[in-house]
Design a binder for this molecule. Structure first.
Ligand SMILES: [Mg+2]
Length: 136
């Protein structure tokens, strides 16, 4: 087992996931909001440093990154992915998109995004809770 998956298991010890309904709307929304909240806490430290002249508290920033990672691990589990798989998917995407390293041209070209992936491969049916359980 990789260190990432070991971390994910450790994170899940303190997660609140209904294993019968890992994608329940309230839990998923709580964790997604938690993810952005923790990322915002890290961004706020940088804002205060860059914009307000505060000293950059690197340890506090690292802890906020850890909080962010916790939510990433939990959301990945809700989606049925290990953290290792999520990380590998990202590495694969970036290797395909930027085979020679980052460039603006490659960023614009986005060769890893096939036209069919942008619309057809996405589940466009709204979740049942969107219609109060009476989705057509
Ligand atoms: Mg935090």
């Amino acid at each position: 087992m990789t260190a990432l998956n070991e971390y994910q298991l450790a994170a899940l010890r303190t997660a609140s996931i209904d294993n019968e309904r890992p994608l329940d709307a309230l839990g998923l929304a709580r964790d997604a909001l938690g993810l952005t909240g923790e990322a915002g806490e890290c961004a706020d430290l940088v804002k205060k440093h860059v914009g307000h002249g505060h000293a950059l508290d690197k340890e506090k920033a690292a802890k906020e990154l850890g909080d962010t990672l916790w939510y990433v691990a939990v959301i990945a589990a809700r989606l049925g992915y290990t953290l290792e798989t999520v990380a590998q998917m990202n590495v694969d995407k970036l290797r395909k998109r930027y085979p020679e390293g980052f460039s603006s041209a490659a960023s614009i070209a986005r060769v890893d995004v096939a036209p069919a992936e942008t619309a057809d491969s996405v589940d466009s049916k709204p979740p049942s809770y969107f219609f109060g359980g009476d989705a057509p």
